[in-house]
Design a protein around this ligand. Structure first.
Ligand code: ATP
Ligand code: ATP
Ligand code: MG
Ligand code: MG
Lengths: 227, 227
């Protein structure tokens, strides 16, 4: 479902070049469960943004579900992204002026799902992440871990074929982390692919395969020995 | 240096009351190293904001360095806070239009430190957190862990008597976490007090005392058995 070949990403600040990704090649099969680990600044989030069609590489090939993403129009790309991908951002990226439930409804609104169905599914998703009593809170009326759980609910509510989760349990205590990992496991069991960036090894160990980043390249890509 | 007695904090949304803190009493001696743990939504960040004079309780007493904070004028409060406290926020709270180094200079600017000295100290602080090559990047040109390290550098640069750190290693890999814990340890060795919220037990174990929150109250407050 994901195919990246020799991806490069260089940021420019004035005359100075910052190669965030120097040479990244990896692929994810439909239904696979992959963890991405690596030091701070090694290129994990940058790769996730390219994978989620939110950023374009400076060089290299990226195919999502067989489509060469660089060849699609903005509209087609937005449609493909909305249909295929659920994204949990490292800094949540919730809309600050809307409530938790409205934030979770957003991907369904975009997909044209009727209001009543949207509302019910958003409510169910929030119950699943333990936020039943916080549905009408805005993000700044929620704790850090609660905001993260809203972001997770929003990514999972459309049961996307590819879930991209960038440090989805970073703000959560161990109890909440376990519940969230259970939700991801369910989605995986239903045949969806999961790519999860994490720096917590007991989160990474749920994945079947572990990709390790260092300085903008893939340093290793191995099956999880626990499986 | 911190004395809280029967602190309550209730948020109101329309007619509905949300008691974020129901009854919190705790004290921190000068130079003490305390960890605060507890589930998501249990009131840790709310307590930290009251401790850092960024929020006021609905009821109860809070004394910082002997001063009853509710009796101070806004100006005196801001001055006391700037002199005594360094705060690492759970969501970093960096100024998005200014570079890393300018963000780190901010507490010193407020304290009237001359420009040359500010610049040198901010630079040293950024070197200490491993961001020497990223000093002129704005927050959105930095990775999640790099943003967190800028927030840490900003909190530590004035060597404050009380450091409040709300999940300071949440976005960091284990290597960076170790380096950051080393910096906090140095500051503690210099006689400064540290109050650190964390949900990672191997971060909490650096502290001499562990306070555990649950549902808006202090559930337990015990010496760290490892010491
Ligand atoms: N402005 C607000 N209005 C209403 N409720 C609020 C507001 N701010 C916080 N709360 C509620 O207060 C409770 C405590 O929040 P707090 O941020 O202190 O939790 P926390 O222990 O830091 O959690 P986490 O580990 O997830 O960061 C939460 O249940 C939250 O929903
Ligand atoms: N807009 C930008 N301009 C310049 N440099 C950037 C920009 N965005 C990211 N970078 C740099 O690219 C590198 C990789 O960033 P990325 O966010 O992918 O790291 P990461 O592996 O996700 O790190 P973390 O674990 O800290 O979240 C970093 O060194 C960062 O400074
Ligand atoms: Mg990242
Ligand atoms: Mg918090």
């Amino acid at each position: 479902i994901v195919f990246m070949e020799h991806i490069q990403k260089t940021y420019w600040m004035g005359q100075q070049a910052f190669p965030a990704l120097r040479d990244v090649s990896l692929s994810v099969a439909a239904g696979e469960y992959v963890a991405i680990i690596g030091p701070s600044g090694s290129g994990k989030s940058t790769t996730m943004h390219i994978m989620g069609c939110l950023d374009t590489p400076s060089a290299g090939l990226y195919q999502l579900d067989g489509y060469d993403v660089s060849k699609l129009s903005d509209d087609d790309l937005a449609l493909l992204r909305n249909q295929k991908i659920g994204f949990v951002f490292q800094s949540f990226n919730l809309l600050s002026r809307t409530s938790a439930i409205e934030n979770v409804e957003l991907p369904m609104l975009y997909a044209g799902v009727p209001a009543k169905v949207r509302h019910q599914r958003a409510q169910d998703a929030l119950v699943q992440v333990g936020l039943e009593s916080r549905m009408h809170h805005k993000p700044n009326e929620l704790s850090g871990g609660q905001q993260q759980r809203v972001a997770i609910a929003r990514a999972l509510v459309t049961h996307p074929a590819l879930i991209l989760a960038d440090e989805p349990t970073g703000a959560l205590d161990s109890q909440s982390t376990e519940e969230i990992m259970g939700l991801f496991q369910n989605l995986h069991d239903q045949g969806n692919a999961i790519v999860m960036v994490t720096h917590e090894l007991d989160v990474a160990h749920h994945a079947h395969r572990i990709i390790s980043f260092k300085d903008g390249v893939v340093q290793s890509d191995v099956p999880n020995p626990d499986f």
